[in-house]
Design a protein around this ligand. Structure first.
Ligand code: FES
Ligand code: FES
Length: 169
């Protein structure tokens, strides 16, 4: 009688090889399927400008662009971004020159502690691509998924309005 093989089956570690393009650079890494995109961006790619506030899709501090659309990167898994193009706050600055939205936040004191700022700016970046000439109500609606615990909303809205004007020139 043939003996059953005693060799145990190798357990699937679950680790996946993925490549994510962030700000034009390909990051190819082995990751666990449970890794959140925000942690891939911060801990694997080392781009810590994207912040983690709540990890429950409430605060918007982790906002990035995913294939051109704004998402909260704590709501996506890194494996879902395999082959995707991601833009983070670091990608807005070119050769040390601030993007007009970053400049507008600077000029109009659109931040206090700065924790929400990368998410606010990335959301504004996406919003102004979609609507280059928003009304104040449209700016408020566009930023409604982003929370500022310092409650500096007035200057944030002023900053986005100023950025929109500059970018239309
Ligand atoms: S950390 Fe993603 S929404 Fe708050
Ligand atoms: S500036 Fe502090 S949370 Fe917005």
């Amino acid at each position: 009688m043939a003996r059953a093989s005693a060799k145990p089956k190798k357990a699937d570690s679950g680790v996946r090889s993925i490549t994510v393009n962030i700000n034009g650079v390909d990051y190819r890494r082995e990751v666990e399927p449970r890794l959140l995109l925000v942690h891939f961006i911060r801990d694997v790619a080392g781009l810590t400008g994207t912040h983690v506030g709540c990890e429950t899709s409430n605060c918007g501090a982790c906002t990035v662009l995913f294939n051109g659309k704004s998402i909260k990167s704590c709501t996506a898994l890194a494996v879902q971004a395999d082959g995707a193009r991601v833009e983070t706050i670091e990608g807005l600055t070119h050769g040390g020159a601030l993007h007009p939205i970053q400049r507008a936040f600077w000029d109009n004191h659109g931040l206090q502690c700065g924790f929400c700022t990368p998410g606010m700016i990335m959301q504004a970046y996406w919003m102004l691509k979609e609507n280059p000439n928003p009304t104040d109500d449209e700016i408020k609606l566009g930023l409604s998924g982003n929370l500022c615990r310092c409650t500096g909303y007035q200057n944030i809205i002023t900053s986005v309005r100023a950025a929109a004007k500059e970018m239309r020139k």
